[in-house]
Write a protein that binds this ligand. Sequence first.
Ligand code: ADP
Ligand code: MG
Length: 211
Amino acid sequence: MRATTVNVWMSEAAEAIRRERDHLTQLDAAIGDGDHGVNMDRGFDAVGKALAGQDGSVPPGRLLVLAGKTLVSTVGGASGPLWGTALRHAGRALGDREELDGPGLVDALDAAVAGVAELGAATTGDKTMVDALAPAVDALRGAVARDLPLGEAVRAAASAAEEGARATVPMQARKGRASYLGERSIGHQDPGATSTALILRALEQAVEQDT
Ligand code: ADP
Ligand code: MG
């Protein structure tokens, strides 16, 4: 993974979120305030513009930090600071490394989950983006430990994120706006977990294009 991979990752993520914007907003309308699609679309659109201004020599970690800062400053909802923190922590974990291999990506995404958990105090089972992100990182770690090629490892991570997002349907929300609904949050897929799965699938596409 290189700086170009980060650029492709963020632009694939922006495209997927744009495509799914109304769906994400519908999911949030059911158990939140109906702005998740708009929030994420605004944030990732701004990320694309911020990254476009960078020259090709910037290391991937720095681009991730910039992407994270951009999300924090452009998204009003909870998801902006949360995903912003995830990307900033991932970027900081990478430092100035030029090339990113499997173990490097595991370190980065480990730091991302830790950052989200620290900021939002959510754990798996709370019906949040953590329910997609944490299993994705576990799947990535397992695949990298088995020496699978990076493309396959990231595919496993994306599939785990999608499965994690689907698994939020029967959960009762314990964090975020949806928690105000109590038992009425049961039976709906969490919007943040859903967009997180889109972002992990975008990472797979970026890694595939890079190899
Ligand atoms: P808001 O809830 O402020 O309107 P969004 O609608 O953009 O923000 O994002 C909602 C999503 O944020 C939820 O679906 C959930 O996945 C995620 N979320 C909310 N609170 C937390 C938290 N404390 N920890 C992790 N994720 C959270
Ligand atoms: Mg919302």
